[in-house]
Design a binder for this molecule. Structure first.
Ligand code: HAM
Length: 404
C-alpha cells in the first residue's frame, strides 16, 4: 500500500475536517472585518526568495527547505512560510508604488523538513495576514487583537509573548555588545550557539540548551538597548494593549526563527498542546519589501499554525441541517432526484439513489444529519405530493411537490 509521506497528513476524519473548515471560516470572517482581502500565491518559488527574506543563517533555510532543481534547471523550493511569497507578489505587482495600505490574508500548506513529532509536521497549514504601508503602532495593536478575536471565537486559551527587536538604529550596536558577551563566554555555550555567534548572534537567545540559557540570563538585553524611537513605540504598544485588556508577557529572548523582523515581535502560546506550544507568531518587517527590491514600505503580519489548534477548537453544537430526499419505488427515483436537485439551489441536500423502504431512508437521513427526510412513494408520485418528516420536531406532513 502506498502511504503518505512522513510528517504529511490527510484531513479526512469528519470531525477533523469540520474543525478545519470551521477554523478557516472563522478566521476569514474576522480577517475581513479587519479589512484584509484574500491573496493566493504559488507553493513553489525560487529558492533565492527564501534565502533573501527568511535568511541564510536561519534553521528554516539552512536545514529545513524542500529544495530541488526542476526540469528547467531552476533552483526552486516549496514554501516554508507564507510571508516571503506575499511580499514578492506585492513588489512584483507594483503595489509598493501605491500609496494605499494593503491588507492581505492567505491560508495554505507550508513545508519544512523538520523531525516530525506532535504538533510538528513537514507539511502543515498556516492562516496568515500581512499588512503593508502602515508604520503606526495601532496596526501592531490591531493585528494582535485580531489574533485574540480569532482565538476567542474558537474558545482557545493562550498567552501572548512580546518583544521588540529594535531597528537599524539600535540593532547593530546591540549585536556588537552581544557578540562581545558571547566571545567572553565562548567556553560555556553549545556548538550551535558558537556557530551562530557570528552568523546570527540574536538567535542564540532562544537556544533550547539549558546550560546556554543559564549563560544568557546575564546577556545584554535588547529591550534595555533600544533607541528612543523603538522604545517609544514599544511603550505605546504595551500601553494600548493594556487599554484593550490584552495581557502579555515581555520575553526578551523571543527572537523568532526568521530573520526579517524588526521592532515588534510576538508569539501566541498554548499550554495545552505539549512541547510545540507556539500557535501563532508574527511581527514587524519594515525592511523586507526593500530587501526584495521594492520601495521601502513598513509592514507587519502574523501566521497561525492550523494543525496545532485542531484539538483546542471548541466547535458550536452540531445541529441538523437541510434535507435528505429518497424514493421508495423504482418509478419514483427520477422524480425524487429532480426534486432534490432543485432544492440544492437553497439548501444542503443528500439524495438517496436507490429505492428503499421508509425505515432505511429515515436511517440514512439521520446519518446524513439532515433536518428533514423527504420521501416519494407510489402514492406521492400519483398525487404529485411529497412526504416530509421533521427529524428534530418529530412531525410529519405531506405537501404538494410544487411547494417543496
Ligand atoms: P512561524 O513562527 O515560523 O512564522 O510560523 C507560524 C506558526 O506556524 C507557528 O507558530 C506554528 O503554529 C506553525 N508552525 C510552524 N512550523 C510548523 C510545523 N513544522 N508543524 C506545524 N506547525 C508549524 C512564520 O511562518 C511567519 N511567516 C509569520 C509571519 C507572518 N510573520 C509576519 N507575517
Amino acid at each position: 500500500m502506498i502511504r503518505s509521506l512522513r510528517g504529511m497528513n490527510d484531513t479526512l476524519e469528519p470531525e477533523e475536517s469540520a474543525r478545519f473548515s470551521y477554523f478557516i471560516e472563522t478566521a476569514t470572517r474576522i480577517a475581513k472585518n479587519y479589512g484584509f482581502r484574500f491573496i493566493e500565491t504559488p507553493q513553489l518559488e525560487e529558492t533565492a526568495l527564501f534565502k533573501r527574506s527568511v535568511g541564510e543563517s536561519s534553521d528554516i533555510v539552512g536545514k529545513e527547505m524542500y529544495q530541488f532543481t526542476d526540469k528547467g534547471d531552476n533552483d526552486v523550493c516549496l514554501r516554508p512560510e507564507g510571508t516571503a511569497g506575499v511580499v514578492r507578489a506585492f513588489v512584483q505587482n507594483k503595489y509598493d508604488r501605491q500609496e494605499t495600505t494593503q491588507r492581505l490574508f492567505y491560508h495554505g500548506t507550508m513545508f519544512r523538513y523538520e523531525r516530525p513529532q506532535k504538533g510538528r509536521l513537514r507539511q502543515f497549514h498556516q492562516f496568515g495576514c500581512e499588512s503593508f504601508g502602515e508604520d503606526s503602532v495601532l496596526e501592531d495593536v490591531s493585528l494582535i487583537l485580531m489574533v485574540r478575536d480569532i482565538f476567542d471565537a474558537l474558545g482557545i486559551n493562550f498567552t501572548l509573548k512580546l518583544n521588540s527587536l529594535g531597528d537599524p538604529n539600535c540593532m547593530p550596536q546591540y549585536r556588537e555588545s552581544l557578540i562581545s558577551f558571547l566571545q567572553e563566554h565562548e567556553a560555556e555555550i553549545c556548538e550551535d550557539c558558537e556557530r551562530r555567534k557570528l552568523t546570527n548572534p540574536i538567535r542564540v537567545l532562544d537556544c533550547k540548551n539549558d546550560k546556554c540559557q543559564v549563560v544568557y540570563k546575564e546577556a545584554p538585553k535588547l529591550m534595555q538597548n533600544l533607541c528612543q524611537s523603538c522604545d517609544n513605540d514599544f511603550k505605546t504598544l504595551t500601553g494600548l494593549l493594556d487599554e484593550h485588556s490584552m495581557k502579555y508577557e515581555i520575553d526578551p529572548h523571543l527572537v523568532r526563527g526568521l530573520d526579517y523582523y524588526s521592532k515588534t515581535a510576538f508569539e501566541f502560546i498554548s499550554t495545552e498542546i505539549g512541547a510545540q506550544s507556539a500557535i501563532a507568531g508574527g511581527g514587524r518587517y519594515d525592511r523586507l519589501v526593500e530587501f526584495l527590491e521594492g520601495r521601502p514600505t513598513p509592514a507587519i503580519g502574523f501566521a497561525i499554525g492550523i494543525e496545532r489548534l485542531m484539538e483546542l477548537i471548541q466547535m458550536p453544537e452540531v445541529t441538523r441541517e437541510g434535507y435528505y430526499v429518497g424514493a421508495m419505488d423504482e418509478d419514483a427515483i427520477s422524480k425524487a432526484y429532480t426534486l432534490g436537485m432543485k432544492k440544492r439551489a437553497s439548501d444542503k441536500v443528500t439524495i438517496g439513489y436507490k429505492a428503499r423502504n421508509l425505515k432505511a431512508h429515515l436511517k440514512a437521513a439521520d446519518k446524513a444529519n439532515a433536518r428533514y427526510c423527504a420521501i416519494l412513494g407510489e402514492n406521492e408520485l400519483n398525487n404529485a405530493t411529497i412526504w416530509i418528516k421533521d427529524l428534530e420536531k418529530k412531525t410529519e406532513s405531506e405537501i404538494p411537490q410544487k411547494e417543496f
